[in-house]
Ligand binder design. Structure first.
Ligand code: TMP
Length: 232
């Protein structure tokens, strides 16, 4: 059984990742693929508990190093329970955030540096890397305004409070933004940067284009991929 395909989505809060993942998953399903969709933090029962601890605004005393360790605790569980088994079964995995988020937020935003994050990645995930990363970077201000608004609305409607990161200052998000751009330049083979003031359909078009081009190229011509992927 050939290994499946690991695609991650990255970007600032409010960049529209979650909508785009849903769209891509639907697009793949129409073509006979059955992608596994997951997210970090979260995506497993243990991970969802870690997510609550990390994102609730009442967790304001979490030290940066604790935050970093919790992100990797969540990831260890997700890799073992969801990602590796799905890839071993030849599936496509669509993951909302992965280690690039840790490098951008904890490495950049919290100023813990890339080196530590990449060393932990090696310990926790070994050589596991996404085959393709879609990095969505709409303008910083618009992205943050959307994330803050969305979380306030969710808190009103469901009582769910995932506001801790959105309460960070703009300087924090500028560091996250810069680190994302640095990752995009360093890993230009893997990371496709989708930036600018695009609407949902325009972003979706670019996502589908990147997925089609990169994955067909990577696997062609002697592919044994699941039915439908050759037709992407
Ligand atoms: P999201 O699920 O709405 O994208 O939000 C998750 C939040 O967690 C977001 O603010 C980014 C943050 N985060 C990190 O700081 N480091 C990480 O490694 C991950 C996966 C997420």
């Amino acid at each position: 059984m050939p290994r499946g395909i690991f695609i991650t989505f990255e970007g600032l809060d409010g960049s529209g990742k979650t909508t785009q993942i849903k769209r891509l998953a639907a697009w793949m399903q129409k073509r006979g693929l059955d992608p596994v969709v997951t997210r970090q933090p979260g995506g497993t029962a243990t991970g969802e508990r870690i997510r609550t601890l990390l994102l609730e605004s009442s967790s304001s005393q979490i030290a940066s190093m604790t935050e970093l360790a919790l992100m990797f605790a969540d990831r260890a569980q997700a890799v073992g329970e969801v990602i590796n088994p799905a890839l071993a079964a030849g599936k496509v995995v669509l993951c909302d955030r992965f280690t690039d988020s840790t490098e951008a937020y904890q490495g950049g935003g919290r100023e813990l540096g890339s080196e530590l994050v990449l060393a932990l990645h090696q310990i926790v995930c070994g050589d596991l890397q996404p085959d393709l990363t879609l990095l969505l970077l709409p303008p910083l201000k618009a992205s943050l305004a959307r994330a803050r608004h969305r979380n306030e609305r969710a808190a009103e409607q469901t009582g769910k409070d995932e506001n801790r990161f959105e309460q960070e200052q703009d300087a924090f998000y500028s560091r996250v933004w810069n680190k994302y751009r640095a990752i995009g330049s360093r890993e230009s083979e893997r990371v496709v940067l989708i930036e600018g003031n695009l609407n949902i359909d325009e972003v979706c078009e670019q996502v589908v284009k990147a997925v089609s081009e990169r994955l067909v190229l990577r696997e062609a011509p002697s592919s044994n991929l699941p039915n439908g992927l050759e037709g992407l």
